[in-house]
Design a protein around this ligand. Structure first.
Ligand code: SF4
Ligand code: SF4
Length: 505
């Protein structure tokens, strides 16, 4: 592996597959960063992504202050949850959450007093302890508790991920524009905690003057061993494994972690969160989130408290409900459709996207797979997406696992190009959650809470999907012309795919 200082565009590698996508980031960036107001209610989920569960240490009726720990992790793998503003705990129960793999989880509802009154934050003695006390998790989407990455491993390189590759999402770019000094402070602290020799700060080559701005700060502060590198804008270059490949040429082994290569990858937001705690004593209570899409009157980035309801942010961004066909948390590729707007954002929520019918990719129901192979060509994890789909459809989950289902990064590139409009990622997510559930059952682990919440969530989702499908069919039968148009469009897509398949090479 090259030294960070020796990396030039000519020394970059490429990963297999990927897509070139339109960015749609300018609108939100042009409107700049706004401070969201404090909502009447905060909904703080006690589960962030897979397995990261905390147990409440407050009860309904308790008064809480901003920064107060309200839930503690049940294992070393979790992270603390803090009250993001002051007020009263008015409910604790299972609700829908913004977390990708935890549709349902225990949520603490705080009715705010709008005073935003802080508690006293205890001092910590080491950076790793600070990361844990601040409740810092990976803010790029994975939500992995950050302190677990700094546990005496042999780390030589820290990669700072500023390659925000999904269309519409611009929260990281906004953060780099507005807080470059805090960012460098955070990176320096992380290097110290990991005892890393070098840090590579990766940006997409489509970003404007951020590189020169950060280069200037590094030079002015005479910081050594942090190098800013621009990488080609190909989706999903910001995926952890893909970014490592592009920068170093190294491949994270199947089922392995970057730590196996002596590398830690951290999102820019995570670095700033650490600086906020170490410099200002502020735990992770707030994050930048993009609110965008063609059904948003004023697309922009908000600095918002964790637990802020989606509806509260939409309202501030001039949301057009009638124009919206699809409301998503996350980007158009990896995001999740939201069943309602009274869901609180969490530490990993990077975008709320409201798209009209014209900008929604999947219309109508999926067709059978025609084995065109397009999904294989674009898969950055070198998987066989159609094969995985086949196994999962046949409930052959073990076969899907054998074919490296868990290497799937759920980037959505396969579903994006599929002419049959098969919602491939939904199959992979379902299979992963089902396999995890079966594994827990097999090992009789203490996952009763996860089982209960996930099953409740799935059952409700199935019910909601059935209702939506019924509505769609009803709508179509009332519009025979629309039905004909949809059918013709689907037939055209299949015909085109077949023609392309038969083209001589
Ligand atoms: S792109 Fe869709 S239709 Fe083509 S092989 Fe993959 S799953 Fe099948
Ligand atoms: S979602 Fe999974 S299978 Fe599909 S392209 Fe991405 S990594 Fe490959």
């Amino acid at each position: 592996m090259l030294k960070a200082t020796e990396i030039t565009p000519a020394h970059l590698y490429s990963f297999k597959g990927g897509l070139k996508l339109k960015h749609h980031k300018r609108d939100s960036l042009d409107n700049g960063l706004s401070q969201s107001s404090i909502p009447d209610k905060l909904y703080l989920s006690l589960r962030i992504n897979r397995g990261n569960i905390a147990n409440p240490i407050v009860a309904v009726g308790d008064n809480v202050l901003k920064g107060q720990v309200i839930a503690k992790p049940d294992t070393t793998n979790g992270s603390y949850i803090h009250a993001s503003s002051s007020g009263k705990v008015t409910a604790i129960g299972i609700r829908e959450t913004a977390s990708p793999n935890a549709d349902y989880a225990t949520v603490i509802e705080i009715t705010t007093d709008k005073k935003d009154q802080w508690c006293t934050i205890a001092k910590t003695h080491s950076i790793t302890e600070a990361i844990k006390s601040a409740g810092i998790v990976g803010m790029g989407g994975a939500g992995f508790p950050t302190h677990l990455k700094y546990q005496g491993n042999n780390i030589h390189t820290l990669i700072i991920n500023g390659a925000e590759c999904e269309p519409y999402i611009s929260c990281d770019e906004q953060l780099m524009l507005d807080y470059p000094n805090d960012l460098i402070d955070g990176i320096t602290l992380m290097m110290k905690a990991a005892d890393a020799e070098q840090a590579i700060f990766a940006l997409e080559d489509q970003v404007g003057g951020i590189k020169s701005q950060i280069d200037k700060i590094i030079a002015k502060r005479k910081i050594e061993h942090i190098v800013v590198v621009k990488v080609p804008t190909i989706y999903p270059a910001g995926g952890e494994k893909q970014l490592i490949k592009v920068l170093t040429g190294l491949e994270v082994p199947s089922g392995g972690l970057p730590l196996d290569l002596g590398i830690i990858v951290q999102n820019v937001g995570t670095a700033k969160a650490l600086a906020d705690y170490c410099k200002h004593g502020r735990p992770l209570l707030e994050r930048i989130i993009t609110v965008a899409g063609d059904a948003i009157g004023k697309p922009q980035n908000f600095s918002a408290l964790t637990g802020t309801p989606i509806s509260h942010l939409l309202q501030q961004a001039e949301f057009d409900k009638d124009k919206t066909e699809r409301l998503v948390i996350g980007g158009p590729m990896m995001g999740y459709a939201m069943p309602n707007c009274d869901i609180g954002i969490d530490k990993t929520s990077n975008c709320i996207l409201a798209l009209s019918h014209e900008n929604t990719q999947h219309h109508g129901d999926s067709l059978p797979c025609i084995r065109c192979g397009k999904c294989v060509e674009v898969c950055p994890s070198q998987l066989l997406p159609q094969q995985l789909h086949w196994y999962i459809k046949g409930e052959n989950l073990e076969k899907a696992r054998e074919h490296h289902l868990f290497d799937c990064i759920e980037c959505g590139a396969c579903a994006w190009v599929c002419p049959s409009q098969i919602k491939l990622v939904d199959y992979y997510r379902y299979a992963k959650s089902e396999i995890n559930y079966l594994d827990y059952k097999r090992t009789k682990s203490d996952a009763a809470q996860i089982r209960h919440e996930q099953r409740e969530g799935r059952l409700l989702k199935i019910k909601q999907e059935r209702i939506a499908k019924r509505k769609r069919t009803k709508h179509r039968s009332k519009n025979p012309d629309k039905m004909k148009q949809d059918l013709q469009a689907t037939l055209d897509r299949v015909k085109k795919a077949k023609e392309q398949k038969n083209e001589p090479k």
